[in-house]
Design a protein around this ligand. Structure first.
Ligand SMILES: *Cc1c(COP(=O)(O)O)cnc(C)c1O
Length: 219
C-alpha cells in the first residue's frame, strides 16, 4: 500500500484523541514528504543527526519527535527544533536538555521512559526512579524543560497477554505519577505490531514506522 493511504488509514482509525507519530527513521525525505502531503505533521526519528538533516530539508511546520536513546553530547544538535523527546532516562539528561533549551530560549517537552519489558536491551527507569526524579529539588529547578508524560516499549512478543500486562502496568504508573504531576498529558506506547493493544490499555500516542513506510533494511 501507498504511504499516503497508510497515513490516512491510521489517522482515521486513531481519531483525534490519539496522536500518530510516524516513525520515519532510515527512510528518505521523499517518503516523509509523501506522508506530509497526506496530512501527517508529527514524525519520529531515533538518530539525532538524521533528524536534524531531515528537519533542514522538510517543511517547517513538522513536529519532530526524538524517540531513540539520547546521548547527552548530541542534545545540542536537536535543541533548536525538537518538539518532544520520548526516551529520557536520567536526571543528568534532563539537565543537559534544560541547558540547551535555555540557550535556544525554548522550553522542551520530554517523556520519561519506563522500562516495562523483560529484555535487557531496552532502556528505561523503573517507576520508583521516575518518582524520585520528579520529586527532587534539582528537577524542580529546571525551568526550560517540561516533563509531560511517560513512554514505554513492551516485550517484542506474540504473547498478547504478556504485552497487555506490560502496557497495563505502564498505564497504572502513569495514573499514579499524574496525581502529583498535573502537567502529565502524554502516554506514548504502541508500535506497528502492538499499537492496538496499547490503545485499549490507554495509550494516547502511538509510534508507527514499518506499517506506514514499509520494512526497514537496518535498525
Ligand atoms: C523504530 C521505533 C518504533 C517504530 O517501530 P515499528 O515496529 O516500525 O512501528 C517505535 N518506537 C521506537 C522507540 C522505535 O525506535
Amino acid at each position: 500500500m501507498e504511504i499516503s493511504e497508510n497515513i490516512k488509514r491510521y489517522q482515521d482509525e486513531l481519531g483525534e484523541n490519539i496522536t500518530l507519530v510516524a516513525i520515519s527513521k532510515t527512510k528518505p525525505t521523499s517518503d516523509l514528504l509523501e506522508a506530509y502531503q497526506a496530512g501527517q505533521r508529527v514524525f519520529g526519528e531515533n538518530k539525532i543527526q538524521e533528524m536534524a538533516e531531515k528537519w533542514e530539508n522538510l517543511p517547517r511546520d513538522i513536529q519532530w519527535h526524538m524517540v531513540g536513546h539520547v546521548q547527552r553530547n548530541k542534545v545540542k544538535y536537536m535543541a533548536p527544533f525538537v518538539s518532544l523527546i520520548h526516551a529520557v532516562d536520567s536526571l543528568k539528561l534532563l539537565k543537559e536538555i534544560d541547558k540547551e533549551a535555555k540557550k535556544n530560549e525554548r522550553t522542551i517537552s520530554c517523556l520519561l521512559q519506563i522500562k516495562i519489558a523483560e529484555e535487557e536491551s531496552k532502556f528505561g527507569l523503573d517507576a520508583d526512579e521516575a518518582r524520585e526524579i520528579l520529586a527532587s529539588e534539582e528537577f524542580q529547578e529546571l525551568k526550560n524543560i517540561k516533563v509531560i508524560g511517560l513512554m514505554g516499549m513492551a516485550t517484542f512478543s506474540d504473547d498478547e497477554a504478556k504485552v497487555r500486562g506490560e502496557f497495563d502496568y505502564l498505564k497504572s504508573v502513569y495514573d499514579d505519577l499524574k496525581k502529583k504531576q498535573p502537567q502529565f498529558e502524554v502516554l506514548s506506547m504502541g508500535m506497528s505490531g502492538d499499537y492496538k493493544i496499547a490503545v485499549t490499555c490507554g495509550s494516547n500516542m502511538v509510534r508507527i514506522g514499518s506499517a506506514i513506510f514499509g520494512e526497514r533494511n537496518y535498525n
